[in-house]
Write a protein that binds this ligand. Structure first.
Ligand code: DQA
Length: 144
């Protein structure tokens, strides 16, 4: 099984950006968690982060026929990007949405998730551990 973990804008700033909201664990900590999870679960995980909407759309399109599942944290594009929603629907790969913070208890403008409309599950408010949970869910969901 091979899973693509896609991260949107500013996720590379984890540990530095608003630690009161996103915690003190760094982006490197997230990458290490993904590596550990891949080794423990015997699956392949490819991580990609971009600050650019179109690049994220390209990566989703390129995942077609290659990846069995997608874990996506579109970050701010969650709340604005119909292009990312359409790309997820186009490739029709099982996808899980992850948010590090508890988006539901935040500002009104964060209450819509376009990407989430194409995802079979949403995990939020669990810090970087949410990515591990999303991967385990996809592993179960895909019966790999
Ligand atoms: C986020 C939540 C978004 O609202 C925000 O724009 C982010 C990160 C999260 O992981 O909690 O950049 O997706």
């Amino acid at each position: 099984m091979i899973i693509l973990v896609l991260n949107g804008p500013n996720i590379n700033m984890l540990g530095i950006r608003e630690p009161g909201v996103y915690g003190t664990e760094s982006f490197s900590d997230l990458l290490a968690l993904l590596e550990r999870t891949a080794a423990e679960e015997g699956i392949e995980i490819v991580q990609f982060q971009s600050n650019h909407e179109g690049v994220l759309v390209d990566k989703i399109q390129e995942a077609f026929g290659v990846f069995d599942g997608i874990v996506i944290n579109p970050a701010a594009y969650t709340h604005t990007s119909i292009a990312i929603l359409d790309a997820l629907k186009a490739v029709n790969i099982p996808a899980v949405e992850v948010h590090i913070s508890d988006v539901k208890s935040r500002e009104a403008f964060r209450q819509v998730s376009y990407a989430g409309m194409a995802c079979c599950k949403t995990i939020m408010g669990k810090g970087i551990e949410g990515y591990r949970e999303a991967i385990l869910y996809l592993k179960e969901y895909c019966h790999a």
